[in-house]
Write a protein that binds this ligand. Sequence first.
Ligand SMILES: [Zn+2]
Length: 113
Amino acid sequence: MHEMSIAQSLLEIIRDEMKKHDAKVLRSVRLHIGKLTAIVPESLSFCFEIMTTGTDLEGAKLIMEIIPLVGHCEACHREFEIQDYAFTCPHCGSPDIKTISGEDLSIVEMEVE
Ligand SMILES: [Zn+2]
């Protein structure tokens, strides 16, 4: 499962950050999940729970927000949401699209004690 390895790398980042800030308890983690990552939030939260159960991070809440895939057309310079992975501009039909957001998974906030 794709989400299992993602949960694992998330936990590595979280532990690193907690060590840096000398935090002992993790309350919650807020994530921005780009639509293009194809992560299923339910699976990710399930994996996260499995991997934290019985550890010092048990009970931490995962708050997830899906970030739409937004593109910028290099031809007509308009921004739009990319639907169904159609990488062409809906305004002028140009395939010259740059994605602005929605490609990555990022931790935006961590609540620790
Ligand atoms: Zn265009």
